[in-house]
Ligand binder design. Sequence first.
Ligand code: PLP
Length: 460
Amino acid sequence: MRRMSKNVIKVNLEVDQIPKKWYNILPHLPPGYPPPLDPITLKPISPEPLMRLFPKECVMQAVSTQPEIEIPEEILETYIRIGRPTPLQRATRLEKSLGTPAKIYFKREDVNPTGSHKPNTAIAQAYYNMKEGAERLTTETGAGQWGSALALACSLFDMDCTVYMTRSSYLSKPGRRTVIETYGAEVFPSPSDRTDAGRKFLKEDPDHPGSLGIAISEAVEDCIKHDNTKYSLGSVLDFVLLHQSIIGLEAKKQMEMLDEYPDIVVGCIGGGSNYGGFSYPFMHDKLKGNKKETRFVAAEPTAVPSTTRGVYEYDYGDSAATAPVVKMYTVGHTFQCPPIHAAGLRYHGKAPSLSYLVHKGLMESRAYGQRQVMEAAVLFAKTEGFISAPETAHAIKATIDLALECKKTGEEKVIIFNYSGHGLLDVKVYEEYRASVLKDFEATKEMIEAGLRVLPKVPA
Ligand SMILES: *Cc1c(COP(=O)(O)O)cnc(C)c1O
């Protein structure tokens, strides 16, 4: 591999250096990883019912004991078409402004048509569905990042796509709606009158703002009731994290080219997919015992403190309690999330594998308020030039804090974080931050306690 001097600010991989296999962490997890349960019987779930929703290939990937899974040629081609491999950059101007001896690197997952890591799994899911004969995919979206990624993937594989977008976002975020429609997908405000679930909520309140839970129920119902239709989910599931491992595998190669290895691996967590995909190839080394000292730091919002204040329990994946029951860090599936800007971080639970690593003490986590993360995002924009997504701002904030800790101790640590997406369609949050009208949701204790009180006790 080509080596470079230590002060390069950007490392690109050649197109033919793109990883050809995803990394599956499941066979390397410490023994005792709890299985997902059927939501009705509460017994370990068999793969068959999941195959009505997801492609067989993805369901099998989620139970695979192979640490490496080959990426099909057409997926690789499509990854390359939309911008992979992505650059790894060094944030020397941020380092200087902090006065830290730490070196800060970030992996650019903003460089693709929809501007976040989400197409990495959208492309894989659309491809396998297309191969297995599905003609249409349904999904839900909050802010619209996942909806636009899946709409992009479906357009590239000539499939139809139906997106249920929470009504509040549908009305307040016309930008992403337009992106979704430009790719030829149909997008409906949820709750809609197209499904039983939607009609039930509409009857209660014709102006219902919607929720991710309701939108999931609508997308699943639409899938079940129509032939040749499958459902797609953008985070949390083991196969989603598998597809996202392309991020960490590339980053690891890029660090090797620099002759570097991270001391601290940082990312933001909503469902856990970008951080899982980014960190697991490095976590692999720690689990093997080669790099025992590497620290893994996940950042979440104080408004949805699943890992920092939630419990490690079996919980439902959706608000309607119809999705598989998984053991995860959760604030409860009935948790009412405050309307924070980082809509991608509103999910009540975190991916089961990531939760397990936190539970085992192999991964740390921190929570930050909205104002704190936006302050970090603005510093990053001013020093490095990039306007980050509000979700990504949590990773930036954690990185800055860790770099300032290094300043105190004088340690020259190598910190690497995943730049999960740009914020050019989220500039409203920057506007509110500048105008100082941004609400900080530090004080949601009552909501969290209420959410935790109704957490179901599901027998293991
Ligand atoms: C969706 C999203 C996230 C959070 O989702 P994960 O599954 O935790 O990765 C983070 N950053 C951006 C830019 C997103 O769009």
